[in-house]
Design a protein around this ligand. Structure first.
Ligand SMILES: C[S@@+](CC[C@H](N)C(=O)[O-])C[C@H]1O[C@@H](n2cnc3c(N)ncnc32)[C@H](O)[C@@H]1O
Length: 225
């Protein structure tokens, strides 16, 4: 659970360098993660997609590229991030995910890339997603996770807590935003416990795919009646 004012300010501060910093810190692997997420979205053949917490639109662009027949609406509550998405040709709506300006049962699929973890209340955010999804609609969530293997997890935690804030601090001059990132990844549920969490908030059949030894995961679930 995050403080929305802090989150909005933090993303406003790094908006211009967000895309390049991501690619440097992940050595470009984040591009493959978004592509894999877009492939999963494509398999559901959604007509109308909401990309929530779209930020500067990287996941939405990957989805648009793969799902050529789908309509993709992109929303975020941080105007400087959304301006970048807009300048990349995406269809954007400034909106808080906790209270979306959309009708009930509006979308076939909602995608969220590295966004749910940053929200004020994960449970309420899922309930709001369920509201705007059609009855057989899906959520597809891409986010960081922690590797199950203890040795990998320990190495990754050193990277997250020490190396990443240092490199990102040099690039963006906002080291605290990346210390915050490390903290949120540690607090966010991963794997099976994330699936259980999703299912306890209005969804069924939650499944996940681990990426890059568990450093990130893609979750998919269907709206419960
Ligand atoms: C890490 S960025 C994700 C960007 C993009 N989805 C991607 O694939 O890189 C997280 C985004 O979540 C947004 N966010 C956090 N809480 C939000 C909320 N309550 N409503 C809308 N957007 C939110 C932030 O403004 C930020 O742009």
């Amino acid at each position: 659970m995050q403080d929305p004012k802090y989150v909005k300010d933090a993303f406003s501060g790094i908006a211009k360098k967000y895309v390049i910093t991501n690619h440097i810190l992940s050595l470009g692997i984040d591009i493959l993660w978004r592509k894999k997420t877009a492939d999963i979205v494509y398999k559901k053949k959604p007509k109308r997609i909401l990309d929530l917490a779209t930020g500067s639109g990287d996941l939405a662009l990957a989805i648009e590229k793969k799902c050529k027949d789908s309509e993709v609406i992109c929303s975020d509550f941080c105007a400087p991030m959304l301006e970048i998405a807009n300048s990349r040709g995406l269809n954007t709506v400034l909106a808080d995910a906790m209270s979306l300006p959309f009708e009930d049962r509006d979308f076939d699929l909602i995608s969220v890339g590295f966004g749910l973890r940053n929200m004020e209340d994960w449970s309420e955010a899922l309930v709001e997603m369920r509201r705007v999804l059609k009855p057989d609609g899906h959520i597809v969530i891409l986010d960081f996770s922690l590797p199950d293997n203890k040795f990998r997890r320990a190495l990754y935690c050193i990277y997250l807590n020490k190396i990443l804030p240092f490199i990102a601090g040099v690039i963006t001059r906002k080291r605290s935003a990346y210390k915050y990132l490390a903290k949120t990844i540690g607090e966010f549920p991963s794997g099976k416990s994330m699936c259980n969490f999703i299912e306890s908030n209005g969804f069924i059949g939650a499944e996940y795919t681990s990426l890059s030894f568990g450093v990130a995961s893609i979750y998919i679930a269907r709206r419960a009646e």
